[in-house]
Design a protein around this ligand. Structure first.
Ligand code: CUA
Length: 196
């Protein structure tokens, strides 16, 4: 059924008049207004987080065989850690497994975009850096990727934040964030057969 515009507006007006005719207690009106404001506030926080703080669900799905990571080109043991690709982008590859992240320690520069790529070799893990907005699940079979920048140098712990077994609370690694000018790209020959 098609509603003519003028009829549509009239219809809305009628509804509004009907709504106004209902007796709503003053106090109740106030609470309705407060509830609407709280909803508005939450929607606002989500919008600000998404647009200004870059908090968002992962945008792409990349799968990997968790059982044969050591045979994969990308996550083979000598390919883990910090690498600079031919375009100059810094890529950090880490494997999560009960109960550690491999490698155990990495050095990265401050004020530089870093792309982290994580995979799990066994069960579900999480990775979280306290006091930053970096946190993601590492689901077996999938590659978790996050690009982030550390604004200032310091020591940052990298913690597992998904319960993964008895050793869960000992599962950590750390990142030394070094002043940009003091950081040197690791000299490492790319693993055999590695092509990016
Ligand atoms: Cu890994 Cu908890």
């Amino acid at each position: 059924m098609q509603i003519e515009p003028s009829k549509g507006i009239n219809h809305l007006r009628d509804l509004y008049a009907q709504f106004n005719a209902i007796h709503i207690d003053q106090l109740e009106r106030r609470w309705i207004a407060i509830s609407l404001m709280v909803i508005g506030l939450f929607v606002g926080i989500i919008t600000i987080d998404a647009l200004f703080h870059g908090i968002n669900p992962p945008g792409k799905v990349e799968t990997i065989d968790s059982a044969s990571l050591h045979l994969s080109k990308e996550f083979a043991e000598d390919n883990l850690g910090v690498q600079v690709d031919e375009k100059g982008a810094i890529i950090i590859r880490m494997v999560a497994g009960r109960y550690s992240f491999f490698p155990k320690h990495i050095d990265v520069p401050a004020e530089t975009p870093l792309t982290f790529r994580w995979v799990s070799m066994d069960v579900l893990h999480g990775v979280h850096i306290p006091m930053t907005n970096m946190s993601t699940m590492i689901v077996p079979g999938y590659v978790a990727e996050i690009t982030t920048t550390f604004p200032k140098p310091g020591e940052y712990p990298l913690l597992c934040n998904e319960y993964c077994g008895l050793g869960h609370n000992h599962m950590w690694s750390n990142i030394s964030v070094i002043a940009k000018e003091d950081w040197k790209a690791p000299v490492k020959s790319p693993a055999k057969g590695e092509q990016q």
